[in-house]
Design a protein around this ligand. Structure first.
Ligand code: 6PG
Length: 237
C-alpha cells in the first residue's frame, strides 16, 4: 500500500468525519453506477462513532445491503456481538429495512455450519461470482496486526476458495467467523480505520516490516484507503 492511500488525522473525530464523508461518496457512486451498495462492516470499537454518524446521513437506505465482515461466536443479543453493535449504532437509528440486513446466524455448537450457511447467503447476493463483488469492505486492525477475524497463525489465513469461514483462534480460545482474505480483496474498495497509539507498532509492522502474513494478517489485504490517527502513524521518513 502506497503512502498516498494513507491519511493520518489529528484526532479520532476528524478520522470519523472523513470516513463518513468518504463512505457516503462511495455509496452514491455505487448506487449511481449499479443501483445497489453492498458493504461488509467491521466490528470492534473504532468504527462505532462512524456508524452513529452514518445513521444521521441521508443515504438511500432502501438500496444498501449490510453484511458482516466478521462476527463473534456469541448470541446476536450479546454485548460482544458485532451485529448487535452495528444495529444499535447504525441500522436501528437509520431504520434500515430489515430485508437489507444480513447477520451471521451463529451456531454456538457448530460454527462451521453457521459459516457455510452465511457463505450460501453471500453467494445469493453475488451469484456466479468466484468471490463477492463488494462495493466496500470496512476493516479494523488489532494491535497484533489481525483484521476481521484473520488472526496471526490461524487456519483461515490459508483459505483461498471459501468466502466465509469459522476460524479457531487459540489466543482467544474460541471460534470467530470471518471473511477470508480473497473474499475481502475482491471488494472494489477495502478501507482500514485504525486509531490509537497502541496500534502504532502493528501499522509499522504491516506497512514497513518484512512481509509475513502469518504474523501480520493485515498484510494480506490490498488496501485502497487507510484512515489512521496520527498517534498510530509513523511516516516513512
Ligand atoms: O470483531 C472485531 O473485533 C473486529 O472485526 C476486529 O477485526 C477489529 O476491527 C479489530 O480487533 C480492531 O478493533 P478496535 O477497533 O476495537 O481496536
Amino acid at each position: 500500500m502506497s503512502d498516498e492511500t494513507i491519511q493520518p488525522y489529528r484526532s479520532l473525530a476528524e478520522l470519523h468525519q472523513a470516513a463518513a464523508d468518504a463512505f457516503c461518496e462511495c455509496a452514491e457512486q455505487s448506487l449511481a453506477s449499479r443501483g445497489v451498495f453492498r458493504v461488509a462492516l467491521s466490528g470492534g470499537s473504532t468504527p462505532k462513532r462512524l456508524y452513529e454518524m452514518l445513521a444521521e446521513r441521508s443515504l438511500n437506505w432502501e438500496r444498501i445491503h449490510w453484511f458482516l465482515g466478521d462476527e463473534r461466536n456469541v448470541p446476536l443479543d450479546s454485548l460482544d456481538s458485532n451485529y448487535r453493535m452495528i444495529c444499535e449504532t447504525l441500522l436501528e437509528p437509520a431504520r434500515a429495512p430489515d430485508e437489507n440486513i444480513h447477520p451471521v446466524f451463529v451456531d454456538l455448537q457448530n460454527p462451521a455450519a453457521a459459516a457455510e450457511t452465511y457463505e450460501k447467503t453471500l453467494r445469493t447476493h453475488f451469484p456466479d461470482q468466484t468471490m463477492p463483488a463488494w462495493d466496500l469492505v470496512l476493516l479494523g486492525m488489532g494491535d497484533d496486526s489481525h483484521t476481521a477475524s484473520l488472526f496471526p497463525g490461524t487456519a483461515a489465513l490459508d483459505e483461498t476458495e471459501r468466502w466465509f469461514v469459522a476460524n479457531w483462534v487459540e489466543k482467544l480460545a474460541c471460534f470467530r467467523y470471518t471473511l477470508t482474505a480473497p473474499a475481502i480483496n475482491s471488494a472494489k474498495e477495502r478501507w482500514f480505520l485504525v486509531a490509537g497509539k497502541n496500534k502504532k507498532q502493528a501499522i509499522a509492522s504491516v506497512l514497513r516490516g518484512e512481509r509475513s502474513p502469518s504474523h501480520h494478517p493485515s498484510q494480506m489485504i490490498e488496501t485502497t484507503r487507510m484512515f489512521v490517527t496520527e498517534d498510530a502513524w509513523t511516516s516513512n521518513e
